[in-house]
Ligand binder design. Structure first.
Ligand SMILES: Nc1ncnc2c1ncn2[C@@H]1O[C@H](COP(=O)(O)OP(=O)(O)OP(=O)(O)O)[C@@H](O)[C@H]1O
Length: 198
C-alpha cells in the first residue's frame, strides 16, 4: 500500500503542491493527469522519493521501479548489461526471457545506440519489471513516440502489469491511455495553495 500525504511542496516562494492525500492499493493502477506545468512530475518525484524537500509524509514499498520518458540507458554497456547491472541476481535465462517479453530476443549484445528509440524504451520497460517491483512509477512513458510504437508500448505495459501486478502510478496527458490502463484517474489541478487532486 502506498500512502501519500503532502501538506505542501514549494519551489522558493511558490507553493506548487498541496494539500494532497491519496493511497494506491496493492496491484492498483492509477493515472495522474493535469494541465502542463500543474505539477505532475513534481508530485511523481516526491512519491518516488527522488525529492524529499516537502512538508508531509509518503509511505511506499522498498522495491520500486521508475520509467522516465527518456530511456536513461547506459550507452557504453550492452542491452543485456543494462538489464543485469542493476539486477545482479537476475539469471542469464531470466534476463533473456525479460528481453524476449519486450520483443528484444537475441539483441542482448547490441549497445543502446544500435537500438531504435522504441526498442530503447522497451528495454527501459524490461529493466523496470526485471526487479519485480511492488511499486512502478512512470512519467509519460508513451509520449513522443509514433502511433504504432506508442501502441506497442501501451500493449506491452498492459501485459507486464497484468502479469506482475505492481501498484502503479503513471503520468499521462492522454485520457485514452489513462482510461485504458488505469483502475483510477487522479486529476491534478490548481488550488489556492498549490495543486490538488480529485
Ligand atoms: N526545480 C525547480 N525549481 C523551480 N521550479 C520548478 C522546478 N521544477 C519544476 N518547477 C516548477 O513547478 C511547476 C510544476 O512543474 P512540473 O514539471 O511538475 O509540471 P508538469 O505538470 O509535470 O508539467 P508537464 O505536463 O508540462 O510536464 C512548474 O511551474 C515548474 O516551472
Amino acid at each position: 500500500m502506498i500512502r501519500v500525504e503532502i501538506q505542501e511542496k514549494r519551489f522558493g516562494s511558490v507553493a506548487v503542491l498541496g494539500p494532497i492525500a491519496f493511497s494506491i492499493g496493492e496491484g492498483e493502477t492509477v493515472a495522474l493527469t493535469g494541465l502542463s506545468g500543474v505539477g505532475k512530475t513534481t508530485l511523481l518525484r516526491l512519491v518516488a522519493g527522488i525529492d524529499c524537500a516537502f512538508r508531509g509524509q509518503i509511505a511506499r514499498p522498498d522495491r520500486q521501479a521508475i520509467v522516465f520518458q527518456e530511456p536513461t540507458l547506459l550507452p557504453w554497456r550492452s542491452t543485456l548489461d543494462n538489464l543485469t547491472l542493476i539486477h545482479p541476481s537476475l539469471s542469464g535465462t531470466d534476463a533473456e526471457e525479460a528481453l524476449g517479453a519486450v520483443g528484444l530476443a537475441g539483441k542482448g549484445s547490441l549497445f543502446p545506440g544500435q537500438l531504435s528509440l522504441g526498442q530503447q524504451r522497451r528495454l527501459s520497460l524490461a529493466r523496470a519489471f526485471a526487479g519485480r517491483p511492488e511499486f512502478l512509477i512512470m512519467d509519460e512513458p508513451f509520449a513522443s513516440l509514433d502511433k504504432d510504437t506508442s501502441e506497442t508500448m501501451l500493449t506491452l505495459t498492459e501485459n507486464l502489469i497484468a502479469k506482475h501486478r505492481p501498484a502503479t502510478l503513471f503520468v499521462t496527458h492522454s485520457m485514452t491511455e489513462a482510461e485504458r490502463l488505469a483502475d483510477r484517474i487522479l486529476n491534478l489541478h490548481a488550488g489556492p495553495d498549490g495543486a490538488v487532486v480529485d
